[in-house]
Design a protein around this ligand. Structure first.
Ligand code: 5GP
Length: 188
């Protein structure tokens, strides 16, 4: 892409680092940024709205989206449910010139890297390992077994940082969101 074209930014990082919270802060503070709504087979949590937080779809519907090549990327996350980025809306947002954000897991980021190498890949990292553990435990929504599994995943995920173009340390959510948007709106 040349000139002041919209930039596609892919935000990934270890589990519990706060990717979702940073994306929510971007949504609140920077309405000019378009944020992809993923499709997932996970059931909604209380307060989650279809079409806002995710498109909540059945296994059969997800199969159809994949079979029809409507997913830009997709992955099984935490060994459970499938999550994916619908391709059409991303292409439309970029064509309309909007800076666009995907908040996805590492497997998905690698797929987008393969298909859209011009995107900017941003790694959100915790201030320290201890802080990541604290955030994971602090969330308090997982069982001991699940927490152990997620910590093991986090070790592998942290090792992926060198695959990314830029890292942002999530010391504080609003600062991280502003830093991300500054990168998105920077002209090449
Ligand atoms: P949660 O179930 O807590 O909303 O999300 C779990 C994980 O799924 C997060 O790490 C999030 O980054 C990832 N995720 C959300 N949407 C997508 C997507 O469209 N594709 C991929 N690959 N991962 C996603």
């Amino acid at each position: 892409m040349t000139g002041p074209a919209a930039r596609l930014v892919v935000l990934a990082g270890p589990t519990a680092v706060g990717k979702g919270t940073v994306a929510a802060a971007v949504r609140e503070r920077h309405p000019d940024v378009w944020i992809s709504v993923s499709a997932t087979t996970r059931p909604p949590r209380p307060g989650e709205v279809d079409g806002v937080h995710y498109w909540f779809v059945s296994e059969a519907e997800f199969d159809r989206l994949v079979a029809e090549d409507q997913m830009l990327e997709w992955a099984v996350v935490h060994g459970r449910h499938r999550y994916g980025t619908p391709r059409g809306p991303v292409e439309e947002a970029l064509a309309a010139g909007r800076p666009s954000l995907l908040e996805i897991d590492l497997q998905g980021a690698r797929q987008v890297r393969a298909s859209m190498p011009d995107a900017l890949f941003v790694f959100l990292k915790p201030p320290s390992w201890d802080e990541l553990v604290r955030r994971l435990v602090g969330r308090g929504t997982e069982s001991d077994e699940e927490r152990t599994r997620r910590l093991e995943t986090a070790v592998a995920e942290l090792a992926a940082e060198p695959e990314f173009d830029v890292s942002i340390v999530n010391h504080e959510v609003h600062a991280a969101a502003d830093e991300l948007v500054a990168l998105m709106t920077a002209r090449a």
